[in-house]
Write a protein that binds this ligand. Structure first.
Ligand SMILES: Cc1cc2nc3c(=O)[nH]c(=O)nc-3n(C[C@H](O)[C@H](O)[C@H](O)COP(=O)(O)OP(=O)(O)OC[C@H]3O[C@@H](n4cnc5c(N)ncnc54)[C@H](O)[C@@H]3O)c2cc1C
Length: 462
């Protein structure tokens, strides 16, 4: 069977592209590098999607106008790389939930307190894995041919047209159109090492090991234009005891603002009370990446134990700070001195006029301490004490390929490739140059997967 649209990848953007191309009448073949039981890329770890809507419903607690989403997007990192494409993404996001439902998505009724996202984001019933399983079922019913364990290693070109994809098992797969939806390069520690040197070897990767950027590299080598910050990545603090790859959301550490963080020398190095989620959450991966050994330790005491998501492997615990530090392999005296200095700075900050409140910056700050703790500062003085070791957990990389409003991949010479389209993380740098807006990765993949699939089919079918 000849292929009209070849989709490279097996996550959200790939499945949406495949479904969209199949809806347009194309014969679609999808190549997923992962085996069937690990299919779905980073997308299978997701929980929610952010779309503009005029009224609340069973799944969102209130309206989220397009103008507000556009403002939120503009406030992230350095803002959108391409204002026009950002605008288009926001506009198209309105019809995304209905499209998803029509293709098999199920939704979780709105939960109060869900990461403060209940108004703006919809949660997938059963999470991203359930969503992807539904999409695969819908794709199979629509006649999409899915091949697992199939890594694309090379794209073959005739001028500006991609004539075939070559796979690791030695096959040549020709197609009329190609949609590249193979994610970023966050699992390629050698590539990250170009910017981070040896430190990259200390990183954890939150998603699977398959997203090594091979297809992105093929496109760049063929003359694709770049989009998004080359050195940038989104990273959070994860449990250092978690797996090197694919720990997903379960290894995330939420303890940081509740206590203090020390490096392997037992010293504090960054304001733990800087900001509220999600800004605070997304800055700690980088903070830890910059420390010696790419490791740090969150410490807290009995006063706050139980107030946040517990670490999945359980915290270390001891009756004194010194003993706890030694359990972690740290210099007990150094850590005890750090805690002593911190407690003095909390006292110097004056008697707390406000109660310790996690839901907003509470203004309880240290005085005369460098770095300060600018919110949620309270003494670490009530045993038992608790700690977890943390490493940077890379979520995704920003560098991708530039696209047109029809998802065609742009070339550095100002033209476009004749039959190559891109969707998802591999092109999200067109929308988010740096920074991240929770739930928008799935929005980008869905909006651009729909466009890429439709346009790839149109090109193939003439
Ligand atoms: C732990 C975690 C939680 C997240 N939570 C959310 C959330 O709740 N909401 C949200 O919007 N975003 C979230 N994100 C970000 C989100 O996962 C991504 O933005 C989104 O999944 C990207 O989709 P994608 O299809 O482009 O990439 P992916 O889902 O990563 O898919 C890439 C696919 O390409 C395949 N592949 C790679 N190389 C090749 C190759 N050479 N040949 C063939 N196939 C290849 C991979 O196997 C994979 O199937 C989260 C990310 C992580 C890691």
């Amino acid at each position: 069977m000849s292929t009209d649209v070849l989709v490279v990848g097996g996550g959200n953007a790939a499945l949406v592209s495949a479904l969209s191309a199949a809806d347009a009448g194309a014969r679609v073949r999808l190549l997923e590098r992962a085996p069937a039981h690990f299919r779905g890329g980073n997308s299978r770890h997701t929980r929610n999607i952010r779309c503009a809507h005029d009224t609340g419903d069973e799944f969102t607690t209130g309206p989220y106008p397009g103008a507000e989403l556009r403002r939120d997007l503009g406030g992230v990192g350095d803002g959108p790389s391409d204002e026009r494409l950002a605008e288009l993404t926001v506009r198209e996001s309105r019809s995304v939930p209905a499209w998803m439902t029509a293709h098999g998505a199920h939704w979780q009724p709105a939960l109060s307190g869900t990461l403060n996202l209940a108004r703006t984001n919809r949660f997938f019933l059963g999470g991203g894995k359930a969503l992807l399983n539904s999409y695969y079922r819908t794709a199979e019913r629509a006649g999409v041919t899915v091949e697992y364990d199939t890594q694309v290693t090379r794209l073959e070109w005739t001028g500006e047209t991609c004539t075939a994809a070559h796979t690791a098992d030695g096959r040549r797969i020709p197609a009329a159109s190609v949609v590249c939806a193979s994610g970023g390069f966050e699992a390629n520690l050698a590539w990250l090492g170009r910017y981070w040197g040896e430190a990259a070897q200390g990183f954890h990767v939150r998603g699977p090991s398959y997203n090594d950027g091979r297809v992105l590299r093929e496109l760049l080598d063929a003359g694709a234009q770049r989009a998004g910050e080359e050195r940038g990545f989104h990273a959070v603090a994860v449990d250092a005891r978690g797996p090197r790859y694919d720990g997903g959301i379960a290894t995330r550490i939420d303890a940081i603002p509740f206590g203090i963080v020390v490096d392997r020398d037992g010293r504090r190095f960054h304001d733990e009370g800087e900001d509220i989620w999600p800004k605070r959450y997304a800055s700690w991966g980088r903070n830890i990446a910059l420390r010696p050994g790419q490791i740090a330790y969150a410490l807290w005491d009995a006063k706050v134990q139980g107030s946040f998501l517990p670490p999945m492997y359980g915290p270390y615990t001891a009756g004194s700070v010194e003993e706890l530090a030694e359990t972690l392999g740290l210099d007990g005296r150094a850590v005890a001195e750090t805690v002593g200095a911190f407690n003095t700075a909390v006292d110097r900050g004056g008697p707390p006029s406000r109660t310790f409140t996690m839901s907003r910056p509470d203004g309880r700050r240290t005085a005369g301490l460098d770095p300060p703790k600018s919110n949620w500062a309270q003494r670490l003085d009530t045993p038992p004490y608790y700690a977890v070791p943390m490493r940077p957990g890379v979520t995704f990389t920003y560098l991708g390929v530039a696209v047109t409003d029809r998802a065609r991949v742009r070339r550095v010479d100002g033209g476009v490739f004749g039959n190559v389209f891109a969707a998802g993380e591999i092109m999200s740098g067109n929308i988010l140059s740096t920074g991240y807006l929770a739930g928008f990765g799935m929005t980008i993949g869905t909006v651009w997967g729909r466009i890429a699939g439709r346009e790839a089919a149109r090109h193939a079918l003439g």
